[in-house]
Design a protein around this ligand. Structure first.
Ligand SMILES: O=P(O)(O)OC[C@H]1O[C@](O)(CO)[C@@H](O)[C@@H]1O
Length: 555
């Protein structure tokens, strides 16, 4: 068990980091690079096909030593082992978090309650394999005997973001005849827009819900079912077109899904860690099972790295500790994810759920309030697009948001000189963030343009860029199933490692429940004028009345 967290800020290791930060407060990264020509080599490491340059951070060797000491004091190596061993690390839900078992390609057994879970994992993979083969080879067809052309995955949160990200990341590996769509939102426009473009005869619906009681997913499934029945399908043919993935098979059966069309999930997989399970079926259908297994093997090599590599060379641990450094010692409360790869543009959205749902916590795993910052706001978007939008704030704004720049060395689409230009853009951003531009440099530039002295004086300060803004550069050869698997697993482990330092339960998500509870009562009041419950608060009452007034008026 980790050090009791109310004392985290009292630890000698924590205090040492506070003192060290004070000594670093006026150091500029430019100087650090000037002083040490080996800085890149010193702060560069690789694992599982992913390279990490973390030299453009506000760190010295001492910083890393002190961060590693904190990690050891928080028993990070023991906690990593506890996760792989299947200990009950999700303490509030009283279960392990064993997404690593889903990609365990070794012969090692992994036990939950004394039972080896690997046979179930392998059997499910074999079932997926057969199912994927039957659909892709057109053995399994729609009700009019036509091969499937479209897969619609209905799910939300972890039952949506992970598979959607992987499908999009691996678009070059898609089956030419099979299109994949995702429906998540309860906003009726989402499913309307998807249904508008597909044919019920050739569409397969995958209902993805670990709990099988998520409102958005169940309501969208009802709409899909009605649409199917009103457009040529019949009750008897539902079995050909509706498949579910869930840890609650009875709920899916009660809902009308045929028992043989249900793929299992398990309590020991968290929703946001579930893309490696049968929740990955839409991905497997689009990229094929061989590629899906390569995805798992990429993640598995990152797992082995995380488990077996000393903290000093451990990629997820390094990223985690850098996040702790900025969040807890430099006052940063945001972290940007900037993939310079069109196919990986969904990465910020997936990592938002992964990180913010995992570490957005204000009590420790023992239930004590924390007196330090936990998970940051994760945000971001595709580069180079962001350079023409929010990078201004990164360069000259007042908030500190360290950023991960993520870029492949090679592209799947060598169009003209695009990849070299993209790469240059990525590097120029990290360089600009690091070195900035001094007032003297700004003046020299303006003078070189021949501007009169008063114009130089007026503009120089606006052109100053402070620099000293931290970034990581993550590289891999190309977005292949293996590298994408390793990259996502890297962030999963980073998230867990930070949760260990902050002593939170990274695998529960009680915070999302209150909105769901309140939503039920509000829905009743929106729909029924006789439902009591007014007087909750004037804002909510007023907004409910406004909605009802529009609906009474027939809008
Ligand atoms: O797969 P389910 O049970 O439908 O849940 C979907 C998502 O909802 C959440 O529980 C949050 O509301 C996520 O953790 C989960 O990924």
């Amino acid at each position: 068990m980790a050090k009791a967290s109310t004392h985290l800020t009292q630890l000698d290791e924590w205090r040492a980091l506070l003192e060290h930060q004070a000594s670093m407060a006026n150091v500029h990264m430019r100087e650090l690079f000037n002083q040490d020509p080996q800085r890149f080599q010193r702060f560069f490491t690789e694992a599982a096909g992913i390279s990490l340059d973390y030299s453009k951070n506000l760190i010295t060797d001492d910083t890393m030593d002190l961060l590693m000491a904190l990690a050891r004091r928080c028993e990070l190596p023991q906690r990593i082992e506890a996760m792989f061993r299947g200990d009950t690390i999700n303490v509030t839900e009283n279960r392990p978090a064993l997404h690593v078992a889903l990609r365990n390609l070794s012969d090692d057994a992994i036990e939950v309650d004394g039972q080896n879970i690997m046979p179930d994992v392998r059997e499910t993979l074999a079932r997926m394999e057969e199912f994927v083969w039957r659909i892709r080879s057109t053995q399994w067809r729609g009700f009019s005997n036509k091969p499937f052309t479209d897969v619609v995955s209905i799910g939300i949160g972890g039952s949506f973001l992970g598979p959607k990200l992987v499908s999009a990341s691996l678009k070059p590996y898609w089956h030419g005849q099979l299109n994949c769509h995702y429906v998540a939102n309860i906003d009726g426009s989402h499913i309307t827009e998807v249904l508008r473009h597909i044919n019920p005869e050739t569409t397969l619906f995958l209902i993805q819900s670990k709990s099988f009681r998520t409102q958005e997913t169940l309501e969208n499934t009802k709409v899909a079912r009605e649409w199917f029945l009103h457009n040529g399908g019949s009750e008897e043919q539902i079995g050909k077109h509706f498949v579910a993935v869930t840890a609650k098979p009875q709920a899916a059966i009660d809902f009308g899904i045929a028992e043989e069309n249900i793929f299992p999930m398990w309590d020991w997989v968290g929703g946001r860690y579930s893309l490696w399970s049968a929740i990955g079926l839409p991905t497997a259908l689009t990229i094929g099972m061989d590629n899906f297994r390569s995805l798992l093997s990429g993640a598995h090599s990152m797992d082995r790295h995380f488990r077996n590599t000393p903290l000093e060379q451990n990629l997820p641990v390094i990223l985690a500790l850098l996040g702790v450094w900025y969040g807890n010692f430099w006052g940063s409360d945001a972290h940007a994810i900037l993939p310079y790869d069109h196919y990986l543009r969904g990465l910020p959205a997936h990592l938002q759920q992964l990180d913010m749902e995992s570490n957005g916590k204000c009590v420790t795993q023992h239930g004590d309030p924390v007196d330090y910052q936990t998970g940051p706001i994760i945000w971001g978007g595709a580069g180079a697009n962001g350079q023409h939008a929010y990078h201004q704030l990164l360069h000259q704004g007042t908030c500190l948001s360290p950023a991960d720049f993520i870029i492949p060395l090679q592209t799947h689409n060598p169009v003209a000189n695009h990849h070299a230009i993209l790469f240059a853009n990525c590097l120029s951003q990290t360089q600009a963030l690091m070195q900035g531009k001094t007032e003297a440099e700004a003046r020299t530039e303006l003078e070189a343009l021949g501007l009169p002295p008063e114009e130089v004086n007026r503009l120089a300060r606006h052109k100053v860029i402070p620099g000293n803004k931290p970034s990581n550069t993550l590289l891999f050869d190309r977005a292949t199933p293996r590298t994408v698997g390793a990259l996502i697993a890297l962030y999963e482990h980073k998230t867990y490692a930070q949760g260990v330092i902050w002593d939170v339960d990274s695998f529960d998500q009680w915070g999302v429940e209150l909105g769901k509870q309140l939503g039920e009562g509000i829905l009743q009041r929106l729909q029924s004028p006789t439902t009591p419950g007014s007087g909750s608060d004037s804002s909510t009452d007023g907004l409910i009345a406004l909605f009802r007034s529009r609906h009474h008026n027939g809008h």
